[in-house]
Design a protein around this ligand. Structure first.
Ligand code: ZN
Length: 117
């Protein structure tokens, strides 16, 4: 008999892509905007340029001669950011639309403009 599968709590599916501009809507960086640098879909998180800096204490190593304290961007949860529409500059949710030729595109829910990429 196959072992019962554990109920998985799936991370929320993000419609954000790398290079999108997002605004932080919760937490210590509330109101900051930045570009999405990296997506971590398995965890429902992403790394945003200039957002959620954390101090990492690094030991001196061969690669890192200085050691000491580095500030790097830590990931933020997708639910804590919203897309900033490149057209209307508002934070928005993302809709979807299928064009006449069958390609799926993302859509700004506020101004109904197609969001590129
Ligand atoms: Zn818009």
């Amino acid at each position: 008999m196959a072992p019962a599968r554990k109920a998985e709590t799936r991370p929320p599916r993000s419609r954000l892509r790398r290079g999108d501009t997002v605004q932080v809507i919760a937490g210590k960086d509330l109101g900051k905007t930045g570009k999405v640098l990296r997506l971590i879909p398995d965890k429902g998180r992403l790394i945003v340029e200039g957002v959620n800096f954390v101090k990492k204490h690094a030991r001196r190593t061969r690669e890192d001669r200085a050691g000491g304290i580095h500030e790097i961007e830590a990931s933020v949860h997708v639910s804590n950011v919203m897309l900033v529409c490149p057209k209307c500059r508002q934070t928005t949710r993302i809709g979807h639309k299928t064009l006449a030729d069958g390609t799926k595109v993302r859509l700004c829910r506020k101004c109904d403009e197609v969001i590129e990429k």
